[in-house]
Design a protein around this ligand. Structure first.
Ligand code: URA
Length: 233
């Protein structure tokens, strides 16, 4: 790939913008040597105005999603893309959430520009279970675990029963729910079917990868290779 195309794909601007940036000397290697459009040293050596160039595709990020942000790139309100550098919304290929969270849900959100990886993670056959912490309006009454584990629960407006979803009560109003699939508003609709109402919902893990304790709400970072592996363990 040429340097112009690389900069454009990473969202630094149009191809024309990228050509201008290169001509202005904004792109150097790690020794400060100004690059021309024909140069393309290995990615880790590339600098833009002295800062490392954004990571190349394929990219996999973890974001600790706060309440009130939608996962849509077109929503007029606050979106998860507002939490990332503006350049990231212009990348090609684009970054997509790996299993959306509702506007009011929080916690672990993975984003990737690798379509194959995305499908590998979200496909029920991959076995990447998702664990949610639900805080409820009314106390658990003890029948929810059997209902969710039954494999016969059909959500309002649907015809196919849900896969069994283990529930562990961790308080009178709090439960961990493990999902093998990701249907629209699934956890909220499951508790509605059980006669309850979800007040707060946080995703804690996807496969073997847990939301990192040191990642504050609204913060994000790329996953390490080991963390990517851990998703499938
Ligand atoms: N289930 C829901 O109801 N909402 C989410 O955001 C995720 C799972």
């Amino acid at each position: 790939m040429k340097l112009v195309k690389l900069l454009a794909n990473l969202g630094y601007g149009s191809r024309k913008d990228a050509q201008r940036l290169i001509r202005s000397g904004a792109v150097t290697d790690d020794t400060g040597h100004v690059l021309s459009a024909n140069d393309l040293p290995p990615h880790p050596m590339l600098r833009f105005r002295g800062e490392p160039l954004d990571p190349p595709s394929p990219l996999l990020l973890v974001l600790n999603k706060p309440d009130g942000y939608t996962c849509s790139s077109t929503d007029p309100g606050d979106t998860i893309y507002d939490l990332l550098p503006p350049r990231f919304a212009r990348r090609n290929p684009g970054l997509n959430p790996v299993g959306r969270l509702d506007k009011d849900s929080t916690g672990l959100l993975l984003l990737t520009d690798d379509g194959k990886l995305l499908h590998r993670i979200i496909h029920p056959k991959s076995g990447c279970l998702k664990i949610y912490h639900a805080t409820l309006d009314r106390p658990l009454d003890g029948h929810e675990a059997a209902l969710f584990a039954s494999g016969t629960l059909v959500l309002n407006g649907e015809t196919h029963p849900l896969l069994p979803a283990p529930l562990e009560a961790i308080g009178t109003h709090d439960a961990l729910v493990t999902l093998h699939e990701g249907r629209y508003h699934q956890v909220r609709r499951m508790f509605a079917a059980a006669g309850n109402h979800v007040l707060a919902l946080k995703r804690l893990s996807i496969g073997g990868f847990r939301l990192p304790d040191d990642l504050s709400e609204g913060d994000w970072r790329p996953l390490t290779a080991e963390e990517l592996e851990s998703i499938f363990q």
